[in-house]
Ligand binder design. Structure first.
Ligand code: SMG
Ligand code: MG
Length: 369
């Protein structure tokens, strides 16, 4: 297949509730949506980069530049399948979030052309997947406890809380006291060092499902040292950018669980390979989130339908993020914390043109030369 055009939009969407992590506070998402077409059918992808380089080094503006100047020019030749895109973009160092947005769109296009769901195109095994919810840092402990209560009532299969120095042992202890033995995990987004070992040991007493990315965003060595000190599994997010990274981290004992983010791993093909590495090594995996619109979240649902995903994901209901999403139908959480994996062609959701237009701030389209 040959692409006829590629279109990139900058989209702005205000979150229903601000989301605070150890690195910052998100109130509005400014992100890129990618569309690719063979002239008849259109495929969609979403870039996970945020406005500021605080999660990783990529930004929305930087990703736009890399997509325009370096990624799009490599897409015009014949594509035998969506797997070709990862190989074609391999010479470009880094820039995983930018590459993944385009690769996802090509996967969607191929799946739609074949009348297959993206999940089936990837090798889906499950029609429903368990999901949890990620709760940001609050000003008051009472507000966090109220959020936990509300989300448990909505049926989520596990709770994840963001932690930072001063908002760690205290909140985990309070949640355990109030809600008992619920499935609970924490995410530090790289805000500790090995000098925080006493606090991390204190966390080890609470029977957490996992501790996500406690140490530096680019480290695996200290994580391996830390894992030797803890019973709780360490889960890596920021540090793992490829299936090879996953293999190395497992080999040195730096993680027992992987947070799979399609963006951070540079696309769907590489995410699938990373999950295979984990599965072969008996290491757990689950799908993370980047506060995506319905486009990104249907992609997340598709990848987590594959074998090898062992824990609930961060793909929460539409109502947790947006008053009005770009897509229909919304993601809804069923009893047991289950979500239906879309089974229509491609992403299996419909993009509502008026909603997208209203939130599009800039748009560029390139035609095959
Ligand atoms: O999509 O519900 C979601 C967000 C899940 O906590 C989440 N993501 O490090 O895992 C993570 C964070 C990264 C984004 S924070 C703005
Ligand atoms: Mg994380």
């Amino acid at each position: 297949m040959k692409l006829k055009w590629v279109e990139m939009r900058e989209v702005h969407m205000r979150l229903l509730h601000p989301f605070e992590t150890s690195f910052g506070r998100e109130e509005e998402k400014v992100f890129l949506l990618l569309a690719v077409s063979n002239g008849e059918t259109v495929g969609w992808g979403e870039c996970a980069a945020m406005d500021a380089p605080l999660y990783n080094e990529e930004t929305t503006a930087g990703a736009a530049l890399v997509i325009r100047d370096h990624i799009v020019p490599r897409l015009w030749g014949d594509l035998e399948g969506p797997e070709d895109v990862y190989e074609r973009l391999q010479p470009i160092r880094g820039n995983a979030l930018a590459k993944a947005a385009v690769e996802e769109a090509v996967w969607d296009l191929f799946a739609r052309c074949e009348g297959q769901s993206l999940a089936v195109a990837l090798g889906a095994e499950r029609e429903k997947v368990p999901v949890g919810v990620s709760l940001g840092i609050e000003e008051k402990l009472g507000d966090l406890l109220a959020a936990v209560e509300e989300r448990l009532a909505e049926g989520y299969a596990r709770i994840k809380v963001k932690i930072k120095p001063g908002w760690d042992v205290r909140i985990v202890e309070a949640i355990r006291e109030r809600f008992g033995d619920i499935p609970l995990q924490v995410d530090a987004n790289s805000c500790y060092t090995l000098s925080d070992l006493p606090m991390l040991r204190a966390l080890d007493r609470f029977g957490l499902l996992l501790i996500e990315q406690p140490l530096a965003h680019d480290d695996i060595i200290d994580h391996a040292r830390l894992q030797r000190e803890l019973r709780t599994p360490i889960c890596l997010d920021e540090s793992i950018r490829s299936a090879e990274d996953a293999r190395k981290a497992i080999e040195i004992g730096a993680m027992r669980v992987l947070n799979v983010k399609v963006g951070r791993l540079g696309g769907l093909a590489e995410s699938r390979r990373a999950v295979e590495v984990c599965r072969d090594a008996g290491v757990g995996a689950w799908c993370g989130g980047m506060l995506e619109s319905g486009v990104g979240r249907s992609i997340n649902l598709a990848i987590q339908s594959l074998p090898g995903f062992t824990l609930p994901s961060d793909t929460s209901a539409t109502s947790r993020y947006w008053e009005e999403d770009l897509t229909e139908p919304p993601v809804v959480v069923e009893p047991g914390g289950l979500v239906q994996v879309p089974n229509g062609a491609g992403l299996g959701v419909e993009i509502i043109p008026e909603r997208l237009e209203r939130r599009t701030f800039a748009r560029e389209r390139w035609l095959r030369p």
